[in-house]
Design a protein around this ligand. Structure first.
Ligand code: GLC
Length: 592
């Protein structure tokens, strides 16, 4: 329901003015600015979230009506972006709301499904980039109560169901991109770019008259635990500082790193990807089950349950949270393939959840056969590749093993010392092909003699694909690991946010030449194609590889470096998106 226009402008401006004078309700008193809190205060505030490890993302709105098709054409990309991708005029897009009638919506069932999947929190889009609110906003009639035949708040019943089942609730809110309210930011980075005169307006006025009061509404009227900002387009620090004080309305609230104004928030949010290693502060990988966040009727590229379970394990083994998405239909139904996968993941979590919930990152650098999490003096070994012969090598573990058991049924396993490693004798067949978990009780605090890549007999260091930490891109084509002439390589490297990285130990200080074995698939334009290597986070050693002979391996020299004894890291990335590159290995060649 929308308050009268004359008041509409005054109320938020009054709010923001009054607020700026510090007139927020009493709750503000307990609020501690995350930028100023102590480690203990932050740990207390983040505790439930860090324990949860696994949550459900819900992208739901009017975009589920076109469901990826506009004027008979299938619109590429993520479904909730159809208005921008299809350059759909505001009035035409708003007409879809007449078909948004989620009579099948069953928030109780949704919460039970998430809980049974092992999820402990839900984040739902309260307002996405199309500006449509899933609750009754007082500053706009572009919401589910005023603009759809359904006519009821969708968020309150979900909030109630979450409370009933002990599930934490978060709201996603698109604070800058708004393709229907005049002045909302567009996906472009150029101020004022839009595709319909109806979108024309002042961005700062939009922030004060829509974004500010709506964030005040969702924080003031709902009992939520997470606020998930998104796409901080044009969000300068000054603009972020208009919205950020609203957090005072909800002491203890957790927010992400997407408000803008260079605010880190409480967690980093790698999207559609899993970082190659852990990150330096709390983080949450959000991913779709197919290729779209918002419902598309024809996106059936569903990830397997194995992929979803192993993504959850991989993320937990690196200390992160996994926010896994569903996109319900305009009728309020969760697509059947999503339900099947959540139920299957739930079956695995019912048996193995103790190895995920409350766990912390692996003490090992890399494990060739799987991942590891740890909790309460136990190591949880998540085996993906069952060792031929049944001997599972646990590298460099200095502790004594008090016991090793299959987590699923408690079967005790024999363990023997082998040099600096332990070898755990596994049954002949892998009990759970998704991932079999071994619970290992050790004595004392975990201590590992890390097994590093190191110098070969000739003094050189060969960084191979099989020992690389591979970070796939968020969107676009994934890199593929392949084998040719008995050598592993990574192919189809097109995106700039993909990377390879290694950690290695140099045992002989000196000068080393860096040589990368690269192959160009094609480069019709001959455009510059910069490839960068970065040692220990230092200056980038960049090389234009556009001129490489197409289709054959070349040794590309990136110069020489002085390498001290000890542990180093090397990061390899493309500087620009472009034609596919293949990489086979990177060599550090001692210069005698
Ligand atoms: C991107 C998209 C947005 C989606 C979000 C999820 O920012 O713009 O549609 O909600 O990713 O992380």
């Amino acid at each position: 329901m929308q308050c009268p226009a004359r008041l509409r402008l005054v109320v938020p401006l009054v709010c923001s003015t009054l607020f700026l004078a510090g007139s927020l309700p009493a709750a503000a008193a307990e609020w501690i600015d995350p930028e100023k809190e102590t480690v203990e205060q932050r740990d207390a505030r983040m505790a439930w979230w860090r324990e949860a490890k696994f949550g459900l993302f819900i992208h739901w709105g009017v975009y589920a009506v076109p469901a990826g098709t506009y004027h008979g054409e299938q619109i590429k990309g993520i479904g909730e972006w159809i208005m921008l991708r299809g350059k759909i005029p505001v009035a035409e897009y708003k007409a879809y709301a007449q078909e948004f009638n989620p009579v099948m919506y069953d928030p109780e069932a949704w919460v039970r499904l998430a809980k049974a999947a092992g999820m402990k929190y839900i984040v739902i889009t309260s307002k996405h980039h199309d500006g449509f609110a899933l609750y009754d906003s007082k500053v706009s009639d572009w919401d589910v109560v005023d603009a759809t035949p359904y006519g009821k708040d969708l968020l309150r019943p979900l909030e109630q169901a979450c409370k009933k089942h002990g599930i934490k609730l978060g709201f996603y809110y698109s604070q800058a991109q708004d393709w229907t309210h005049p002045g909302g930011a567009k996906a472009s980075r150029k101020e004022g770019e839009f595709w319909d005169e109806a979108q024309k307006g002042d961005f700062d006025h939009y922030l004060k008259s829509i974004a500010y009061p709506q964030v005040e509404e969702i924080l003031g009227q709902y009992d939520i635990d997470v606020l998930w900002w998104d796409t901080p387009v044009w969000m300068t620090k000054e603009r972020a500082d208009l919205l950020r004080p609203l957090l005072k309305l909800k002491p203890g609230l957790i927010t992400n790193n997407r408000l803008g104004g260079d605010y880190k928030g409480d967690m980093s949010t790698p999207e559609q990807k899993i970082p190659a290693t852990g990150l330096d502060y709390d983080w949450e990988s959000c991913m779709t089950m197919n290729d779209t966040w918002g419902y598309k009727s024809y996106d059936n590229n569903w990830k397997s349950t194995e992929t979803l379970v192993r993504n959850l394990i991989d993320i937990a083994s690196k200390g992160g949270n996994f926010l896994l998405n569903i996109g319900p239909t305009a009728q309020g139904e969760i697509p059947a393939p999503s339900i099947e996968r959540l139920e299957a993941v739930g079956k695995w979590m019912a048996v193995n959840g103790e190895s995920i919930h409350g766990s912390s990152a692996s003490p090992f650098r890399k494990l060739p056969w799987g991942r590891c999490t740890q909790k309460d003096g136990k190591l949880y070994l998540h085996v993906f590749e069952w060792p031929a012969g049944g001997g599972l090598v646990v590298p460099g573990l200095r502790n004594s093993i008090k016991s090793a058991r299959l987590l699923a049924d408690g079967t005790r396993l024999d363990c023997v010392r082998g040099g600096g490693d332990w070898v755990i004798q596994l049954p002949a067949t892998m009990p759970d092909p998704l991932a079999t978990v071994i619970a290992v009780e050790i004595d004392g605090a975990v201590a590992i003699d890390h097994q590093y890549l190191s110098n070969a007999a000739d003094g050189g260091i060969a960084l191979e694909i099989k020992t690389a930490d591979i970070e796939q891109p968020s969107y676009g084509e994934k890199m593929q690991v392949g084998r040719a002439d008995g050598q592993e390589y990574i192919g189809n490297w097109k995106e700039r946010d993909a990377s390879l990285s290694w950690e290695f130990k140099n045992v002989r200080s000196g000068t080393y030449k860096i040589v990368a074995e690269l192959r160009l698939a094609n480069n019709p334009s001959g455009k510059e194609l910069m490839f960068d290597l970065q040692l220990d986070g230092g200056e980038k050693l960049g090389k234009n590889v556009a001129g490489l002979p197409v289709g054959q391996w070349s040794d590309v020299e990136f110069g020489t470096v002085e390498l001290s004894e000890g542990v180093h890291t090397l990061l390899a990335k493309r500087r620009t998106v472009g034609p596919a590159l293949d990489a086979r290995r990177i060599r550090l060649v001692p210069q005698l």
